[in-house]
Design a protein around this ligand. Structure first.
Ligand SMILES: C[S@@+](CC[C@H](N)C(=O)[O-])C[C@H]1O[C@@H](n2cnc3c(N)ncnc32)[C@H](O)[C@@H]1O
Length: 237
């Protein structure tokens, strides 16, 4: 598959394979939300713990196993300069930061104002982490709007209902990040595109984009979303 065939659309497939088709030094920004490394089970036998366990083993099948960190080398290869946002969970922060230790790093956070209750001896998980790495020469636009901490919830709840993805990220926040770190017509790559939030944000901002999603249902939802069509299925969560 050629770069042109992947440009400004979301391709159904495995990003570990498809990223090999992307030429060296061809991408301006990687903005991605990787499958989280979720350690299910062992959190007690309360009804809530059992429900979370069940969700982990069914609906979150493609989303809970983390990633193979070798893809991070591919990220560096395809980028013109390192300019990468990676949403991840706390179990992945250390490994990812180790892979990018030669670059500037910021930890950006989305503080959820409507977190799910927790069970058994854990802090409520009301923070989502987004690691941002860049190398010399990447300038941040719109400095006065730069915030590393966002308090949001309602938008995301609405989007979850509209696009049926359990880990959908807030479009407004994604747009802010992309507009701070790219120029018009730049190419933004998301290898784990889910319901297509990154691609929609890039499109609305006049950036080019490449999305890759392995789940056929999310792929269909995201293509429809790009064309302004809401998801109509109800069976995925
Ligand atoms: C955390 S979700 C992304 C959610 C997205 N940010 C949104 O707002 O909808 C990660 C996505 O990566 C997809 N995925 C997992 N493994 C993949 C692979 N090897 N290639 C492409 N997509 C993959 C999952 O199906 C899931 O939809």
């Amino acid at each position: 598959m050629k770069l042109e065939d992947m440009l400004n659309t979301i391709t159904l497939g495995d990003s570990y394979k498809l990223i090999k088709e992307i030429p060296d030094n061809s991408i301006d920004l990687i903005y991605t939300d990787i499958p989280y490394l979720i350690i299910c089970g062992g959190k007690g036998s309360s009804p809530l713990a059992r429900r979370i366990d069940k969700i982990c083993n069914t609906q979150l099948k493609n989303i809970k196993a983390g990633i193979n960190y070798k893809i991070l080398d591919e990220f560096i290869r395809v980028l013109k300069k390192v300019n990468i946002f990676i949403w991840c969970n706390k179990n992945q922060i250390l490994d990812i930061m180790n892979c990018f230790q030669n670059y500037y790093c910021d930890i950006l956070v989305w503080c959820k104002t409507n977190p799910a209750p927790n069970c058994n001896n854990n802090w409520i998980s009301d923070i989502e982490y987004c690691l941002y790495f860049r190398e010399n020469g990447i300038k941040l636009n719109d400095g006065y709007e730069l915030k590393s901490k966002w308090f949001l919830s309602a938008t995301n709840k609405d989007d979850k209902q509209k696009y049926k993805h359990p880990t959908i990220k807030p479009l407004e926040l994604v747009k802010r990040h992309i507009s701070h770190t790219t120029q018009e017509n730049d190419i933004v790559l998301d290898c784990f595109s889910g319901s297509g939030t990154t691609c929609v944000a890039a499109k609305e901002l006049g950036r080019q984009f490449i999305g890759i999603e392995v789940d056929p249902e999310y792929h269909k939802i995201s293509l429809n979303r790009l064309n302004g069509i809401l998801a109509n299925r109800t069976n995925k969560h």
